[in-house]
Design a protein around this ligand. Structure first.
Ligand code: TRH
Length: 381
């Protein structure tokens, strides 16, 4: 029997909330035959992230897109919405009170899950799947994505890694893709994607690279770091088609891509700077060296998360490589003027490239997040 799912997505800021929910909703519908309704409260952001589906913000909702019923999360909440078999409240967004009341009187209870933020911290495995009793007698379960089998795993669509590896084996697939986004880098240049938050230290990193003995072609997707990059270039504004050069660095701004094309961008680059949650995971599936610009939290709570991930990620590395990687990630995330040699920045090196692929292969043996959710429901009914 088909299972119905309601996914609630409150877009706090940036693109990660929408990015994760959209990816998960489509995967549940397409791969697990689920009837999915996705409720989003900010169509402008959602539209940008789901651009690949050709959505139009002004289009009437609900609309059936890629197997998912897309709804605007209405306020006030209408009384006639019947709760689904599985209710997913993402990132602790608060469900409408009337919807929760309807869940409590449903003939067969709904499974109520809170999909949490991604973290590699140790306590996550112990808390994954724990119930919490709510005032109305319903139970809500905490569902944690994560990096080991005691967690819910990571979002990974069927065949993703096969497609990625085929793409990376084919020089022509990469060339065709880069041409489609008007990128043509010198053959000896290291291709880098830079999707990150503002960073006061960025000029020092770019200075070091531009004076170093490697050449870099840096692709900057539209977003928060653009102003810092323009400032370094001495430009007030940028043009998409233009390649800006300073020393050994060439810089190109690129428009926001569909999620599929953003994956291809990560697969095409020698090194990726990523951020938040979803691009961070996609960089790991790309099997290429990367740097994570973590989302800043109050009281520097993000630095604990960063450490936790670093200790897992670097476990298989040699002492020197580990020290170099940790130092760079911490320096970047603390906005430190770079003390490193420009020729090595964002380089990755052969060992790091092998390590990125090994890390990806190890994660691949884990259940993916959508499968874990489906199994959790099956075990619960
Ligand atoms: O945008 P982010 O910083 O998002 C989040 C949110 O801020 C959220 O509130 C916060 O809690 C979380 O970070 C930690 O970074 P993220 O998660 O990588 O989301 C970016 C999304 O945008 C991701 O789905 C990939 C997508 N994307 C594209 O589809 N095309 C593009 O060209 C680019 C650059 C990104």
């Amino acid at each position: 029997m088909r299972t119905s799912w309601d996914i609630f997505c409150h877009i706090v800021d940036n693109y990660g909330d929408a990015g994760v929910c959209w990816r998960l909703a489509r995967q549940l519908a397409v791969e697990y035959d689920a009837d999915v309704r996705l409720w989003v409260d900010d169509l402008t952001t959602f539209n940008l992230v789901s651009g690949g589906a050709g959505l139009d913000v002004s289009a009437e909702l609900p609309r059936f897109v890629d197997g998912v019923w897309l709804h605007l999360w209405p306020a006030p909440w209408p009384a006639n919405v019947l709760p689904a078999d599985v209710v997913l409240e993402t990132f602790a967004c608060e469900l409408p009170a009337d919807y929760v009341a309807a869940m409590a009187v449903r003939e067969f209870p709904s499974l109520w899950l809170n999909l949490e933020y991604l973290s590699a911290e140790e306590w996550v495995s112990a808390c994954h799947g724990l119930p919490s009793l709510q005032a109305n007698g319903l139970q809500k379960f905490f569902f944690f994505p994560g990096f080991n089998i005691a967690t819910g795993g990571l979002l990974r669509e069927a065949g993703l890694l096969r497609r990625r590896r085929e793409f990376q084996r084919s020089a022509s697939a990469r060339a065709t893709f880069l041409e489609s986004i008007a990128v043509s880098a010198a053959p000896d240049a290291r291709l880098v994607s830079l999707f990150c938050y503002e960073n006061p230290a960025l000029p020092s990193w770019l200075n070091a690279m531009s004076a170093g003995d490697r050449t870099y072609h840096i692709l900057v997707p539209e977003g928060r770091v653009v102003a810092d990059v323009c400032g370094w270039l001495g430009e007030n504004a940028f043009k998409f088609a233009r390649v800006y050069r300073q020393g050994n660095v060439a810089i190109q701004f690129i428009p926001f891509l569909s999620q599929c094309d953003y994956d291809r961008l990560l697969w095409s680059c020698d090194f990726n700077v990523v951020r938040g949650e979803d691009s961070f995971v996609r960089a790991q599936w790309a099997g290429r060296p990367f740097l994570w610009h973590i989302y800043r939290q109050q009281d520097d709570a993000h630095l604990i998360k960063l450490d936790a991930f670093l200790s897992s990620y670097t476990a298989g590395l040699g002492v020197d490589e580990k020290a170099t990687l940790v130092a760079r990630w911490i320096a970047w995330n603390s906005g430190q003027i770079t003390p490193f040699d420009g020729s090595e920045l964002f380089a990755g090196g052969v060992e790091m490239a092998g390590h990125a692929e090994d890390w990806c292969t190890a994660l691949e043996s884990q259940k993916n997040l959508a499968q874990s959710l489906v199994d959790f429901y099956k075990n619960w009914v």
